[in-house]
Design a protein around this ligand. Structure first.
Ligand code: SF4
Ligand code: SF4
Length: 433
C-alpha cells in the first residue's frame, strides 16, 4: 500500500506570486498512468505511446505528484485553476492517489486560487468509493461514450475485444446516483459519423446528459511522420461527414436545446461570433497553453504531440514555468499561426477555425500548398452553415439578451417569409420547418 503524503509542509497564506508564476492561466493534462488503460479502444492514439518508455511501470510517484501540484499551483496566477487528469485511464491509479492529489492541491493553492478538479475516464472502473470522492470534491467527470451501445461498442472494446457499453453505463449511473457533474466526450468516427441525430438524441433523451464534447477521430496510418499523401485509417471520420454531423446536431440544437444542452464546439463557435478569444485551443490562432505531463514528470508541448521532438524537459529537473516559457514552447505555439496556408488566411471562416489543430494539417490546399487541415471541408461547411443563427445569437447577447432567444426567433417566423437566419429560404423550408 502506498504511504499517505505528509501534509506537514505548511502553505504560506500570503505566498506571493513571483518569478515562478505566469500572468495568464494555462492548461495541463496530467497522465498519471501514461498511456496505460484497461480498455483497448481501436482508435486510441495513446496506446502506442507505451513505446516511448520501454519497460516502465507507468505510475506517477507520490514525490512527483507533490512536485507537479506544487509547481502547477505556483505557476498559475490567482483565480480559477483546473487540475485535469487524463490517460490512458487515470482511475487505474486508485482512489487514494486522488485523495492525495486533492489534499496537495488544497495545501499548495494560494488563498485567491479556486481549484476545479476534472478527470477524463472510460467509466468502467468507477465504484461507490470513487464516486464518493468525486462528489465530495466536486470533480467534473468526462466520460467517454460514442453513442448508443451498438455504435459505442464498434471501437470501444476491452483487452479481449469485448464490448464495454454495459460497464460504461453502469459507471455513468453510479456517477448520477452520487450527483457527480458529468460531461460526455463523444468521438466522431467512421462508425457513428452518419448517425448524428441518433447519437445526439441518445445523449440528450436516453442518458439525460447536458454537456457534450464532440471530438473527430483522425488517425494517420503513419503516425511517425508527416509525409504528404499519408492516408488516414478507415476508422477516421470523413471530413465532409464531420461537417454534416456537426450541421445536423446544430440544426436540432438551435431550435430546441439552446441554454439546456451545452455542446462545447457550439459554445466555442459562439465565442468567435462574439469576437471573444476561442474557448478551445483547436480554434485559437496560436498553441502553447495546453501542455501534457507524463507519469514521470516529462512535460510535452501538447497532449497531441507527446513525442520526443516535443518533449520540453522534466519538471523534476526544471521548473514547469521555465519549460512553459522556453523558446521551444513559444516557437511551438507560434508555429500554428506562422504555418497557416494562404488558403486559410483568405478563408471566410478563418476567424472561427484558424486552421484547427496542427496535428490534422497534413493535406494540400487546392493550389498545392502543404499544411491544410484534413478536416477543412467539414469545418468550412459547418461554420458557413451556422453563420445566420450565430449572428442572431451574438446580436441578442450584445443587446443584453440571451442566446436561447434565438429559438423563438427561428421557430415562430412566418412560414412563408424568408427565414431570419438569412439562408434565403422560406422559414417553413428552413428553421421553422
Ligand atoms: S496542437 Fe492542437 S491540441 Fe495542441 S494546443 Fe495546438 S490546437 Fe490544441
Ligand atoms: S475552414 Fe479550411 S480553409 Fe478555412 S480556416 Fe479552416 S481549415 Fe482553413
Amino acid at each position: 500500500m502506498e504511504t499517505p503524503v505528509e501534509l506537514g509542509r505548511a502553505r504560506s497564506p500570503s505566498a506571493p506570486s513571483g518569478p515562478l508564476t505566469r500572468s495568464e492561466p494555462f492548461h495541463l493534462l496530467a497522465k498519471p498512468t501514461g498511456p496505460i488503460c484497461n480498455l483497448d479502444c481501436e482508435y486510441c492514439f495513446f496506446l502506442s505511446k507505451e513505446a516511448l518508455y520501454p519497460g516502465d511501470r507507468f505510475r506517477m510517484s507520490d514525490e512527483l505528484l507533490d512536485t507537479y501540484l506544487r509547481q502547477f499551483m505556483e505557476a498559475n496566477p490567482d483565480g480559477e485553476i483546473t487540475i485535469a487528469w487524463q490517460g490512458g485511464e487515470p482511475t487505474l491509479m486508485g482512489v487514494d492517489f486522488f485523495r492525495r492529489a486533492v489534499a496537495l492541491a488544497e495545501q499548495y493553492r494560494r488563498p485567491a486560487q479556486q481549484v476545479q478538479h476534472t478527470i477524463q475516464t472510460n467509466g468502467t472502473l468507477l465504484t461507490d468509493e470513487w464516486c464518493d470522492l468525486l462528489a465530495e470534491h466536486r470533480f467534473l467527470v468526462g466520460i467517454s461514450i460514442d453513442g448508443p451501445p451498438a455504435v459505442h461498442d464498434r471501437y470501444r472494446v476491452d483487452k479481449r475485444g469485448q464490448p464495454t457499453s454495459t460497464k460504461v453505463l453502469q459507471g455513468l449511473q453510479r456517477l448520477r446516483d452520487h450527483d457527480v457533474d458529468v460531461n460526455v466526450l463523444c468521438t466522431v468516427n467512421a462508425a457513428n459519423q452518419d448517425h448524428p441525430l441518433e447519437v445526439y438524441r441518445y445523449f440528450r433523451d436516453d442518458l439525460d446528459l447536458q454537456h457534450i464534447q464532440l471530438i473527430p477521430i483522425v488517425e494517420r496510418d503513419n503516425e511517425t511522420g508527416f509525409q504528404e499523401g499519408d492516408e488516414v485509417t478507415d476508422r477516421s471520420v470523413d471530413p465532409r461527414a464531420w461537417g454534416a454531423f456537426l450541421c445536423a446536431v446544430f440544426d436540432e440544437w438551435v431550435v430546441r436545446d439552446v441554454g439546456t444542452v451545452f455542446i462545447q464546439m457550439f459554445d466555442a463557435a459562439l465565442a468567435s461570433w462574439l469576437d471573444l478569444p476561442a474557448t478551445i485551443c483547436i480554434f485559437r490562432e496560436t498553441c502553447g497553453d495546453a501542455l501534457a505531463l507524463e507519469h514521470n514528470g516529462d512535460l510535452y508541448s501538447c497532449d497531441h504531440f507527446v513525442e520526443p521532438a516535443h518533449l520540453l524537459g522534466n519538471i523534476g529537473h526544471t521548473p514547469m514555468v521555465e519549460l512553459l516559457t522556453s523558446p521551444q514552447q513559444v516557437a511551438f505555439g507560434q508555429a500554428k499561426a506562422d504555418t497557416l496556408p494562404a488558403y486559410c488566411r483568405s478563408c471566410e471562416v478563418r476567424f472561427a477555425c484558424n486552421g484547427e489543430c496542427p496535428k490534422n494539417r497534413f493535406t494540400l490546399t487546392p493550389d498545392g500548398e502543404a499544411g491544410l487541415n484534413y478536416l477543412c471541408a467539414g469545418y468550412k461547411a459547418f461554420f458557413t452553415h451556422i453563420d445566420g443563427p450565430m449572428r442572431l445569437m451574438a446580436e441578442r447577447l450584445r443587446q443584453g439578451g440571451f442566446a436561447d432567444e434565438v429559438m423563438g426567433v427561428l421557430t415562430t417566423a412566418p412560414r412563408n417569409e424568408p427565414c431570419p437566419c438569412g439562408s434565403g429560404r422560406k422559414a417553413k423550408h428552413c428553421h421553422a420547418g
